[in-house]
Ligand binder design. Structure first.
Ligand code: SAH
Length: 351
């Protein structure tokens, strides 16, 4: 595979352009074109000779839309092909103010959480920074062309397949690329990173001088039960995760968020709500309650909407800030890793 120019930050691109014998200011045009999703052949403001020179050793773009599904609620799920034939998915959600994109950071995942389809086949490989960026570029291009929308992606959640902090360097570089003023320029305040709780990397993240939001997948207030839902919980205990969250708040001044997937009978009882109150009361945090999207590969069940709101009510009564996340894209395999899983199954059948 050739190196993709989307992996280069602005300064690196400037250096490369000069090394290859072009004027430095050309870097601005090329960087912009790359982030708009153009191929070399479409960069007509650059000489043909120089474009050909670039394309000898580099690719301009990193991902292509293989397929997309549109939900009745407007949510769009993309299946993207990478240049090496691997596939990943992203989910585009429309909110009142604009679009939010949920991006994948790895092909597959090694976390193997019980409810999630992303880790079914383990980790295949890390995504490059320019591949994560490619998901955003493709979605923007699709909105402008496919839907004729003027609004673009203004909010990004690193909450698709993969564990972002298990692909630390590339994830950080992606965040810097997508928020760079010469490129797409998404505000870091509108970027959220979700982790299963890789404690040492949470400390590193707090030192990066980024103004992104930190989200932690909690799913149980009890270590022993959490380990059954998330194998990674055997390595990182809840009290250590909470210390890392406090450190994040001290360093950045930013409130943190907990994700809590409600699984019927497993983590949605009164005892669990009380456990959450005990460990989270008084902390500068918010709790996102997510109704489980059932996947056919396991027999975990979702409770009713009423159960979810009852659970939320218990938390709120104790003074915690909690919301039940709006359900989106349930009719299009909306949950993490489901669409890629269907695609892999179908391809197996065809082989
Ligand atoms: N590895 C990171 C990011 C990916 S998973 C992490 O663990 O946070 C991010 C979130 O996807 C999970 O917290 C959960 O909220 C959601 N998710 C995954 N599978 C789901 C399913 N089947 N139903 C509902 N939510 C799911």
């Amino acid at each position: 595979m050739k190196e993709c120019l989307l992996n280069f930050n602005f300064e690196e691109l400037q250096n490369l352009i000069v090394e290859l014998g072009e004027k430095k200011y050309r870097a601005g045009q090329i960087y912009k074109s790359l982030h708009l999703g153009l191929d070399f052949s479409e960069m007509t403001d650059i000489s043909k000779v120089f474009r050909e020179k670039l394309s000898l050793d580099y690719d301009a773009q990193s991902v292509k839309i293989l397929k997309y599904l549109q939900s009745v609620d407007g949510t769009i799920k993309f299946l993207f092909a990478l240049r090496d034939g691997n596939v990943i998915e992203s989910v585009l959600m429309k909110y009142n103010h604009g679009y939010s994109l949920c991006v994948s950071t790895q092909v597959g995942c090694r976390m193997k959480c019980a409810f999630c389809a992303s880790g079914l086949h383990g980790l295949v490989r890390n995504l490059e920074p320019g591949e994560i960026l490619g998901e955003v570029i493709c979605a923007n291009k699709f909105l402008l062309g496919g839907l004729g929308e003027k609004r673009k992606v203004i909010n990004i959640v690193l909450m698709g397949s993969g564990e972002p902090l298990d692909n630390y360097y590339n994830t950080i570089k992606f965040i810097k690329l997508v928020s760079s003023k010469e490129g797409i320029y998404v505000s870091q305040r509108n970027i959220s990173l979700s982790t299963s709780g890789i404690v040492p990397k949470m400390y590193d993240l707090a030192n990066e001088d980024l103004s992104i939001n930190l989200t932690v997948s909690l799913h149980s207030p009890f270590d022993e039960e959490r380990q059954k839902i998330m194998p990674v919980a055997k390595t990182y205990k809840i009290d250590k995760i909470l210390d890392a969250c406090s450190n994040y708040f001290d360093k950045t001044g930013r409130r943190y968020i907990f994700e809590y997937v409600l699984i019927r009978g497993e983590n949605d009882t009164e005892r669990h709500a009380e456990g959450l109150i005990r460990i989270l009361k008084g902390r500068p945090c918010h709790i996102n309650l997510i109704r489980l999207n059932e996947v056919k590969e396991n027999d975990l069940k979702s409770g009713t909407d009423k159960d979810a709101y009852r659970f939320m009510g218990v938390l709120e009564k104790a003074g915690l800030s909690a919301t039940v996340r709006r359900k989106m894209g349930e009719d299009i395999d909306g949950a993490c890793g489901q669409l890629r899983q269907r695609y892999l199954e179908e391809n197996d059948k065809n082989e």
